[in-house]
Design a protein around this ligand. Structure first.
Ligand code: TYM
Length: 331
């Protein structure tokens, strides 16, 4: 199969402001894959209600994130980019696949364990069954590859198990997808504690760069970023703050690690942190400007997600019918 025929599927939850981690771990790769693959992307808003959302804010955020993705270069003329809750097949196949997912498998998911600790007052069934819905998202489109950050790897393995199990019972139905995890950017860590992933819900505001942070704030956050007790800009692959900063710089500029080490030979951490901050500012500010333009043209946004909705329905309804027929439902 040529790369152009291979299908890519991925999604991001509209669960808060996007971070530099989401951007480098996911969206930047999506943009780059659009020319070489058949790309299908979604805002996974059904997943987001596993945590309670304020209706007005949620509604507005979905639209904002749609605009932000277009500003990042997701192009609905090249790719399908839809809103999950507008495509009914996801909830329907999600239910079906829950019946092919084991309680034990779901209990082992680290994201479920983390989130149930964090939202101890609302450990709902949706939070538990979330990976079956994620499997439905992917399997509806016969995706070959799923570009995600490293934290989603476990969900992807479960998707593969569910697909294998279903195929084993009913014969070849689903394409068993492969994760596509980039070497750099798959795990962008907190700027304050490099043992934790960069996350929008971090209590320490300096830990996380948000896509909409202004230039001064971004520079300040990098200036305050923790490093280590060495002084040379050298990648040690030990998960230190400096390793994280080199990873970010490499991802944003496209420079290799050895080129970066050479560039900063004889310079201190202060110079390096300033350079990383500037590179991130140069990457994010043009996106923020485009975002404002798209938000001033919501008619265009609506036109894009309606068109993508129709395209997504066409593909996914066909797969859902095939699944229902195999199970024995009367169609
Ligand atoms: P979500 O919304 O938490 O994150 C979206 C994407 O961003 C990546 N990511 C990171 N990458 C590197 N460093 C970080 N610090 C970082 N934080 C987040 C995530 O790995 C992800 O790729 N369950 C998914 C959404 C989803 C999905 C799908 C993904 C729903 N259905 C089907 C793929 C296919 C989620 O919650 O991602």
């Amino acid at each position: 199969m040529s790369e152009k025929e291979k299908v890519i599927f991925s999604a991001v939850q509209p669960s808060g402001e996007l971070t530099l981690g989401n951007y480098l771990g996911a969206i930047k790769n999506w943009r780059n894959l659009q020319d070489d693959y058949r790309c299908i992307f979604a805002l996974a808003d059904l997943h987001t209600i596993t945590v309670r959302q304020d209706p007005k804010e949620f509604n507005h955020r979905i639209l904002e994130l749609y605009a932000l993705f277009l500003a990042c270069g997701i192009d609905p003329k090249k790719s399908i980019f839809f809103i999950q809750s507008q495509v009914h097949t996801h909830a329907e196949l999600g239910w079906i696949l829950q019946c092919y997912t084991q309680f034990g498998e779901l209990s082992r998911m680290t994201q479920f364990k983390d989130k149930s600790k964090k939202h101890a007052d609302n450990i709902n069934a949706g939070l538990f069954c979330y990976p079956s819905l994620m499997a439905a998202d992917i399997l509806l489109y016969s995706a070959d590859l799923v570009p995600v950050g490293a934290d989603q790897k476990q969900h992807l393995e479960l998707t593969r198990n569910i697909a294998d199990r279903f195929n084993g019972i009913y014969g070849d139905t689903f394409v068993v997808p492969e994760p596509y995890i980039a070497k750099m950017g798959a795990r962008v860590m907190s700027l304050q504690d490099p043992s934790k992933k960069m996350s929008k819900s971090d209590e320490n505001a300096n830990a996380c760069v948000r896509m909409m942070d202004d230039a001064n704030v971004i520079m300040k956050k990098f200036k305050r970023a923790v490093t280590d007790s060495n002084s040379e800009v050298k990648f040690r692959n030990e998960g230190t703050g400096i390793d994280n900063l080199i990873g970010i710089y490499s991802c944003v500029t496209g420079k290799t690690i050895s080129a970066i080490e050479k560039e900063f030979e004889g310079k201190g951490y202060g110079d390096f942190k300033k350079a990383v901050g500037e590179a991130v500012v140069n990457e994010l500010i043009p996106i923020q400007e485009k975002f404002k333009d798209y938000m001033n043209n919501t008619d265009y946004l609506v036109q894009c997600f309606k068109k993508s909705r129709e395209e997504a329905l066409k593909i996914s309804e066909k797969k859902l019918s095939e699944v229902k027929e195999k199970i024995g439902f009367v169609l």
